[in-house]
Design a protein around this ligand. Structure first.
Ligand SMILES: *Cc1c(COP(=O)(O)O)cnc(C)c1O
Length: 353
């Protein structure tokens, strides 16, 4: 098989989704399967749906369009606020979007009316992570704004924590979200169908709390694909940590001095990492690079360590592992390595069971 290749085990992805869905269901929480790290691959979306997720979410409209075109049947949510320039396509392709700007909502409403559709809106509220969302004090006003627009349905509210600043979605934050849901319902005389609590970083809270409150939905990508909790990057008990792997080929194995020689300045990607002192190193070059993975978020095979990487070369200390030229080595990927591998045209994608 060709190298480098990214393998996605659809059975493990389905099982991860099912495990999370079954743990959250008794707590009254549904799961939207987030496909962005898989570029909206229909096979991955279908595996998530087979595992019981109730809808699909993606940050990129192109990915939602791909799911739509492939005939994947599930409600589609655009989980990044729509660009003002793309509202027509948003209404055509997504059933729902997460929003925080009145001007965008007005444009979505106009597009929905023109297309003879209704578009569901989830209003995002800023609870401290400083990415998307309106201030809590502005939420009711924006909800009223949505309610006054033909073409839009106020489906609910949501928040997103951890992604930008690492703010933990804890009980206090989720209680605040629940209270805001009640405020909006009282002020607008409406019942909200969705209170979307957050992403994979919410699982620690959601799986332990005794007080779910009004939170009835999470948007999960990383936990389903990688089995990890993004807050601490720890494996989640009972999930497959190995649904995704990158396989790449060794193109050189040579014994080299431990230290470079000559006058030293910056390397291709800034200051080079330290190389340890000591005897010569048995070093392998793997034909993959920063264009395809994030070397700081990639775990090499046992017995080897990553010494450095440039655009197209990954350099390993392979010690006495017996690695030879032509070997295909398998690497575990974190989220940032996964999105790069998935996005790189040089990495073939192998999805199977
Ligand atoms: C990416 C994203 C998610 C999913 O995050 P994971 O950590 O992959 O679960 C959920 N919500 C929003 C708004 C996102 O941008």
């Amino acid at each position: 098989m060709s190298a480098p290749r990214l393998t996605l085990d659809l059975r493990r992805i389905e099982e991860n989704a099912r495990t999370l869905v079954q743990r959250l269901a008794p707590r009254g929480i549904r799961v939207v399967g987030v496909t962005k790290a898989a570029l909206g691959a229909p096979a991955v979306a279908r595996a998530m749906l087979a595992g019981g997720v109730t809808g699909l979410g993606d940050a990129r409209l192109e990915n939602l369009a791909r799911l739509h075109a492939a005939g994947v049947e599930a409600p589609r949510t655009l989980i990044r606020a729509p660009m003002l320039s793309q509202v027509d396509a948003v209404v055509a392709v997504a059933d729902r979007s997460l929003n925080s700007e009145a001007a965008v909502l007005d444009a979505l409403a106009a597009a929905a009316v023109e297309q003879g559709r209704t578009h569901e809106v989830v209003l995002m509220v800023e609870l401290g992570d400083l990415r998307e969302g309106v201030a809590a004090g502005d939420l009711v006003g924006l909800a009223r704004h949505v309610r006054a627009r033909t073409g839009l349905v106020l489906a609910g509210i949501g928040t997103n924590l951890a992604c930008q600043s690492g703010v933990v979605p804890d009980q206090a934050k989720m209680d605040e979200l629940s209270a805001l849901a009640a405020d909006v319902e009282a002020a607008c005389d409406v019942s909200l169908a969705v209170v979307s609590g957050g992403n994979s970083a919410n699982l620690d809270w959601a799986l332990r709390t005794e007080h779910v409150g009004r939170v009835d939905e999470l948007r999960l990508g990383e936990a389903i694909l990688l089995g990890t909790d993004p807050l601490h990057r720890r494996p989640i008990d009972g999930l497959h940590p190995d649904a995704v792997a990158l396989v790449a080929e060794v193109i050189e194995v040579q014994v080299k001095p431990a230290q470079p020689w000559g006058h030293l300045a910056q390397s291709a990607f800034g200051p080079p990492g330290p190389r340890r002192d000591g005897p010569a190193v048995r070093q392998a070059i793997v034909a993959v690079g920063r264009q395809d993975i994030d070397p700081d978020d990639t775990t090499p095979p046992e017995g080897t360590t990553i010494l450095g990487a440039s655009s197209d070369h990954l350099v390993l200390d392979v010690g006495d592992t017996g690695v030879v030229v032509g070997d295909h080595l398998s690497f575990a990927l974190g989220y940032s390595a996964l999105v790069r591998a998935m996005t790189s045209p040089f990495v073939s994608k192998v999805m199977g069971r």
